[in-house]
Design a protein around this ligand. Sequence first.
Ligand SMILES: *[C@@H]1O[C@H](CO)[C@@H](O)[C@H](O)[C@H]1NC(C)=O
Ligand SMILES: *[C@@H]1O[C@H](CO)[C@@H](O)[C@H](O)[C@H]1NC(C)=O
Ligand SMILES: [Mg+2]
Length: 259
Amino acid sequence: MEVALFFLLVTTLLATHSQAASPSDQVHLLRPQSGAAGRHIHGVNCLSWRLAVETNTLQKWTLVPEACEQYVGHYMLGRQYRDDCNAVGEAAAEYAKSLKLAGDGKDIWVFDIDETTLSNLPYYARTDVAFGAVAYNDTTFNEWVATGKAPAVPGALKLYKKLVSLGFKIVFLSGTSETYREVRITNLKKAGYHTWVKLILKQVGDKGTAVAYKSTKRGELEKAGYRILGNMGDQWSDLLGTHVGNRTFKVPDPMYYIS
Ligand SMILES: *[C@@H]1O[C@H](CO)[C@@H](O)[C@H](O)[C@H]1NC(C)=O
Ligand SMILES: *[C@@H]1O[C@H](CO)[C@@H](O)[C@H](O)[C@H]1NC(C)=O
Ligand SMILES: [Mg+2]
């Protein structure tokens, strides 16, 4: 009797609610407690901003909004960024395991470097850089790259090792200047990436956007008989354009945008 009454009450409440609620209310009702992370900071919802960034909805943005500097910092240094990166790595590994390789050494996985395999977080966490809320400084960034001290991005090294063990050949395709080849090799090895078939860096003659540059280089790989089965990057410009590969994987990066 009491149980029946309870159900009647719940049913009535739900019915009343769904009649009264507007479509946006209904979406809110699905997770009534989820608002905390997305609260407005000086009128900016930083979680909404980050989502728009990650989905390539927001393009050609130059700086992290000042109001979101702390939010992005917490995200990048905290658990969520690591979990997000690991989730991408695990999805990529699942996909890689599902493929049957030809075994002729032409099955490749293309990795971007910065914020995809090597992390510049020690640099971006500096107060003069402020997680991308302060204008990009070529001089200080290049000084950081020259130290060769970038650690591996969470999840990337594990994926890399899995791919190598599955028989994939690795190609690193980066917008880093050729000038930094030696230090990048040292850095990649120090971080645990020991083998690859190609490390493609930007030559003096490579002009234009990252989309154009990377498309050209991937086209050259395919022309040489390589099959790009997977392609991973932190920028949409790593994954858009031509010859993008059979499947692309986007790792998070709310700190900067490269066209
Ligand atoms: C970049 O940083 C260097 C070293 O701190 C500084 O001298 C230079 O003025 C900065 N450049 C810009 C464009 O802010
Ligand atoms: C990759 O894509 C190409 C072109 O669409 C297709 O021919 C090939 O079968 C795909 N390879 C795999 C392993 O899915
Ligand atoms: Mg990158």
